[in-house]
Design a protein around this ligand. Structure first.
Ligand code: TA6
Length: 288
C-alpha cells in the first residue's frame, strides 16, 4: 500500500484480518475508520455518543465487493451505468471498489484532516475512458466533513454523476423523521413522481430521489437529531430496503434495516456534470 511519509499521532494505518488497509483516527473529538479500499468511511463516532454512521454487521471487508454501510463513494455514475457508458458496467461506478491512495493526514484546529485520491489507471480506463483525479478530503472533528473533488486531467470533456451514499445510524427506523428534503421526488420503486408533504416517515421500503432539497437535511429519531449539510449536489437520495430488501442482501442482517437510513448527497441529473479539461467540481457533506 502507498502511504504518506508521516502520520500524526492521532492516526494509525493498519490492516484488518483480510489485509484491507484501514486508517483509524482517534483524536480529541471522535474516532473514525477509513478503508483505502473504496476511499470509504466505515465508522465515525464522537466520544461518549452513539456512532453516527451505520456499518452492516455482515459487511464484506475483504476487497471482493463493495462495502455495505459506511459512506460508499458512488462515482462516476449513480445507480445503473448510463447507456453511453455501457449497461453491463458496475452499479454506482467503480470508485467504491477501487484501491485509493492515502496522500496525507494532519492535524487542524477543528480535527484531523485525511486526504485520499484515486487517479485514472488501466482498470478505470477499461470501464470509463477518461483521465481524472478523484480526491476525498475527510475532516474528523466534532463533525464529519467530506469533500469529493473530481478533476478532469484529460484534454476532452468528461461527464460524471455520483453520490456520497451515507448510511446513517438511527435508533429506530419506525420512529425516524426526515425534514429538509423539499417537495418533488422521483420514486424509484414505483417509477412515478411524488410530492412530499411535511416530514418523511417510514413504514416500508423506500427509494427516492428528492430533486429540490434544502442544503440542510435533518434526521430525527427517538434518541437525537442528525444534521446533514450538503453542497453542490443536485438531489438527495433516501433509501431503506426494509425487511424483504434486507433479507435479500447477503451482507445485511435481516433486522439491519431497523437501524439504518441512507441519506445521500447526490448528482443524479440525467445530463450529469460536465467538466472541460482542467476543470474541477466538489460535492460535499457535513454530518453532525
Ligand atoms: O441509493 C439507493 C440505491 O441506489 C438503491 O436503489 C439500492 O439498490 C442501494 O442504492 C444499494 O445499492 P448497492 O449497489 O450498494 O446494493
Amino acid at each position: 500500500m502507498s502511504t504518506p511519509t508521516a502520520l500524526p499521532a492521532t492516526c494509525c494505518l493498519h490492516q484488518n484480518a483480510a489485509g484491507l488497509p484501514i486508517l483509524t483516527v482517534h483524536n480529541a473529538w471522535a474516532r473514525a475508520d477509513i478503508s483505502l479500499f473504496g476511499g470509504h468511511v466505515l465508522h465515525y463516532q464522537r466520544h461518549n455518543q452513539a456512532p453516527l454512521i451505520w456499518l452492516s454487521d455482515s459487511a464484506v471487508l475483504d476487497g471482493s465487493k463493495a462495502i455495505r454501510g459506511g459512506i460508499p463513494i458512488c462515482w462516476p455514475w449513480f445507480g445503473p451505468a448510463p447507456a453511453h457508458v455501457g449497461a453491463e458496467k458496475p452499479a454506482h461506478g467503480f470508485a467504491r471498489t477501487s484501491q485509493w491512495q492515502l496522500d496525507a493526514a494532519f492535524e487542524e484546529a477543528h480535527g484531523t484532516r485525511v486526504h485520499l485520491s484515486l487517479c485514472a489507471n488501466d482498470a478505470t480506463r477499461a470501464l470509463w475512458p477518461h483521465e481524472f483525479t478523484l480526491e476525498l478530503d475527510v475532516l474528523i472533528g466534532d463533525k464529519l466533513s467530506l469533500v469529493l473533488t473530481t478533476t478532469n486531467t484529460g484534454d476532452t470533456p468528461l461527464t460524471f454523476g455520483g453520490a456520497l451514499h451515507t448510511y446513517l445510524a438511527v435508533a429506530a427506523i419506525h420512529a425516524t423523521q426526515v425534514s429538509g428534503l423539499g417537495v418533488p421526488y422521483a420514486d424509484k420503486l414505483t417509477g412515478s413522481d411524488g410530492t412530499q408533504q411535511g416530514a418523511l416517515t417510514f413504514t416500508g421500503a423506500l427509494d427516492r430521489i428528492y430533486t429540490a432539497p434544502s442544503a440542510l437535511v435533518t434526521i430525527t429519531d427517538t434518541a437525537r437529531s442528525i444534521r446533514v449539510q450538503n453542497g453542490h449536489h443536485d438531489s438527495v437520495v433516501v433509501w431503506n430496503p426494509w425487511a424483504n430488501g434486507a433479507k435479500a442482501f447477503a451482507d445485511m442482517p435481516d433486522d439491519g434495516y431497523l437501524s439504518m437510513l441512507c441519506v445521500e448527497a447526490a448528482l443524479t441529473a440525467p445530463a450529469g456534470v460536465t467538466l472541460a479539461a482542467d476543470e474541477e467540481y466538489s460535492l460535499s457533506s457535513v454530518i453532525a
